[in-house]
Design a protein. Structure first.
Ligand SMILES: *[C@@H]1O[C@H](CO)[C@@H](O)[C@H](O)[C@H]1NC(C)=O
Ligand SMILES: *[C@@H]1O[C@H](CO)[C@@H](O)[C@H](O)[C@H]1NC(C)=O
Ligand SMILES: *[C@@H]1O[C@H](CO)[C@@H](O)[C@H](O)[C@H]1NC(C)=O
Ligand SMILES: *[C@@H]1O[C@H](CO)[C@@H](O)[C@H](O)[C@H]1NC(C)=O
Ligand SMILES: *[C@@H]1O[C@H](CO)[C@@H](O)[C@H](O)[C@H]1NC(C)=O
Ligand SMILES: *[C@@H]1O[C@H](CO)[C@@H](O)[C@H](O)[C@H]1NC(C)=O
Length: 427
C-alpha cells in the first residue's frame, strides 16, 4: 500500500515536472534570447519572453554575470539612452516580452567581459536564460572606397572606381558580391571578390542620363553569421548645355493656335527658367507665377533632363515677341540678378499669322477675276455704244457734209451712195 502510494506520488511529481511551464512559475519561452553578433559602434537587440499562467510576470531584467558569480542588472536608460528596454504584454498580462537595445555597442559589451542573462520574475519566483553578445571590431570590417563626385561637360571621359578595402584579413569574413547599381539596375557585378576586382568604369558622357548616382554595393557575411552590406555612391553632374543655335529660333503660328518653344538644353540635373519680352515690352522679364504668368502658358518635361518646353495656347497678336529659355546653373542660384539679361539663353521669336493669311492670294485672284469680268462686261457695253454712236456720227457727217459741201454736189452724192450700197448689200 505504502509503496503504491509512493509510486503514485513519484509519478505525479514526474507528470508535474514534465509539464512545462510549471503552473504558477515563470518560464522563459520561445522566441528564446539568441547569441548575437554586433558591430562596434553599431546597435544590438535581444528579445526575451516570460510566461506565467497563474501569476502575471512582473518584470524582466537583463543582467551581466561576472566570472566570480556577481550579477549586475542592466538598467533601462530611457529615451536617448545607450541602453533601452522595450516592454510588451500579451494574453492579459500572462506573457511579458522585453527587448534589450544597446545603441553604440562597445567592445566592452562583448560577452568576453561578462556573460548575459535574461531573468523573468512572477510572484516571488524567477527564471533565467543566458545568451552571448559577440562584438565585431570595426577594424575587421571590409570596406569600399569610391571615387569622388564629379561635375563634367558633355563629351568628357570619366572613370568611376570602387575599391575594396580590408584593414585586417579575417578568415571568417566572406565577401559575397561587389556591384554597381544605377537607377535601381545592377550594371556590373563581381561574385566573391578578392582584393579589388570590380573593374573601374570608364566611359564618355554623351547623354544626360550618363550622369546621376552610381552606387557601389558590397555584400558580405561576418563570422559566418552576420550579413554586412555596405554602399557608397558617386554623383556625376552633367553640366547643362544647349544643343541648338541660341538665336535662330522662329516659331510661326496662326492666331488661335498654340505655340511651343522647345528648349534644346540638356543636362543632369537640368533646371531651366523662361524669360519673355513681348513686342509691347521694353525689357525681358522672367516668367513668374503670380506676376507676368499667363494661364495660357504651360511648361512641360521639367522633371526630365532634356526637352523642357513652354507652350502658349490660343495665341493672340499680343503674344508676339521674344521668349528665352535660360539654364539655371544651380538650384540655389539667384536668377533675379539682371532682369533683362538674356545672355546665354535660347531665344525664340514668336510670329503670329492671320488665319486668313493663306487665303489672301486666293481672295486676291478672285477679286481680280471679278474685276476683270466687270471690266470686260463694261468694255463690251462701251464698245456697243461706241459703234452705235459712230453710226449716228456717220449720219451726222453725212447730213453735215451734204449740207456743208453743197457746192460740190457730185462728191456729196458719192458718199451716201456708197453707204447706201453697203446697206443695200447687207439687206
Ligand atoms: C521595462 O521593464 C524594465 C524592467 O521591469 C523597467 O526597468 C523599464 O523601465 C521598462 N521600460 C519601459 C520602457 O517600460
Ligand atoms: C559611440 O561611442 C564612442 C566611444 O565609446 C564614441 O566615441 C562615439 O562618439 C559614440 N558614437 C555615437 C554615435 O554616440
Ligand atoms: C582604386 O584602385 C585603382 C587602381 O589601383 C586606383 O587607380 C584608384 O584611384 C582607386 N580608387 C579609389 C577611389 O581609391
Ligand atoms: C544584404 O544583401 C543581401 C543580398 O542583397 C540580402 O539578402 C540581405 O538581406 C542584406 N542584408 C542586410 C542586413 O541588409
Ligand atoms: C556626392 O553627392 C551625393 C549626392 O549629391 C552627396 O550625398 C554626397 O555627400 C557627395 N559626396 C561628396 C564626397 O561630396
Ligand atoms: C537674390 O538676389 C536678390 C537681389 O540681389 C536678393 O534680394 C535675394 O535675397 C537673393 N536671393 C537669394 C536666394 O540669394
Amino acid at each position: 500500500m505504502l509503496s503504491t502510494a509512493i509510486c503514485v506520488a513519484i509519478l505525479c511529481l514526474l507528470a508535474v515536472s514534465s509539464i512545462s511551464p510549471v503552473q504558477g512559475k515563470p518560464a522563459i519561452i520561445a522566441p528564446l534570447p539568441t547569441n548575437i553578433y554586433a558591430i562596434q559602434f553599431g546597435r544590438a537587440e535581444v528579445g526575451c519572453t516570460v510566461k506565467d499562467t497563474v501569476n502575471k510576470p512582473t518584470k524582466i531584467n537583463f543582467v551581466r554575470t561576472s566570472k566570480f558569480g556577481d550579477i549586475d542588472v542592466i538598467y533601462d536608460e530611457g529615451i536617448g539612452g545607450r541602453i533601452q528596454y522595450k516592454n510588451k504584454t500579451e494574453d492579459g498580462g500572462q506573457i511579458l516580452t522585453s527587448t534589450l537595445v544597446i545603441n553604440n555597442v562597445t567592445l566592452k559589451d562583448s560577452s568576453d567581459f561578462g556573460g548575459y542573462e535574461c531573468i523573468g520574475y512572477s510572484g516571488n519566483q524567477k527564471d533565467a536564460y543566458g545568451f552571448t553578445i559577440n562584438v565585431i571590431n570595426r577594424n575587421e570590417l571590409p570596406g569600399i572606397a569610391v571615387s569622388e563626385n564629379k561635375t563634367v561637360q558633355f563629351g568628357t571621359e570619366i572613370i568611376l572606381s570602387c575599391n575594396l578595402t580590408l584593414k585586417m584579413d579575417v578568415d571568417t569574413t566572406k565577401l559575397r558580391k561587389l556591384m554597381w547599381i544605377k537607377g535601381g539596375q545592377v550594371i556590373d557585378e563581381v561574385l566573391y571578390p578578392k582584393e579589388q576586382t570590380l573593374k573601374s568604369r570608364k566611359f564618355k558622357v554623351s547623354d544626360p542620363s550618363d550622369g546621376g548616382l552610381y552606387s557601389c554595393h558590397l555584400i558580405s557575411r561576418l563570422r559566418d553569421s552576420l550579413d554586412y552590406n555596405i554602399t557608397d555612391s558617386i554623383h556625376i553632374t552633367v553640366k547643362p548645355k544647349f544643343f541648338k543655335d541660341l538665336m535662330d529660333n522662329e516659331v510661326k503660328v496662326f492666331k488661335g493656335k498654340s505655340a511651343t518653344f522647345e528648349c534644346s538644353a540638356k543636362g543632369n540635373p537640368l533646371n531651366t527658367f523662361w524669360k519673355r519680352k513681348l513686342k509691347s515690352e521694353k525689357s525681358a522679364n522672367m516668367l513668374k507665377e503670380g506676376e507676368n504668368w499667363n494661364s495660357r502658358y504651360s511648361l512641360s518635361n521639367l522633371d526630365k533632363m532634356e526637352d523642357h518646353s513652354l507652350t502658349i495656347s490660343d495665341v493672340g497678336y499680343g503674344d508676339r515677341g521674344f521668349y528665352y529659355c535660360c539654364i539655371q546653373e544651380s538650384e540655389t542660384a539667384n536668377n533675379t540678378k539682371e532682369q533683362d539679361d538674356v545672355e546665354g539663353c535660347q531665344k525664340f521669336t514668336l510670329r503670329v499669322k492671320d488665319p486668313l493669311g493663306a487665303l489672301w492670294p486666293v481672295i486676291g485672284i478672285i477679286i481680280e477675276v471679278i474685276l476683270l469680268v466687270i471690266i470686260i462686261v463694261l468694255a463690251e457695253k462701251f464698245k456697243k455704244k461706241k459703234t452705235e454712236s459712230t453710226k449716228t456720227d456717220g449720219r451726222v457727217e453725212f447730213s453735215y457734209s451734204s449740207t456743208d459741201d453743197a457746192v460740190d454736189k457730185g462728191q456729196v452724192r458719192l458718199r451716201p451712195s456708197a453707204a447706201a450700197t453697203s446697206s443695200g448689200e447687207k439687206a
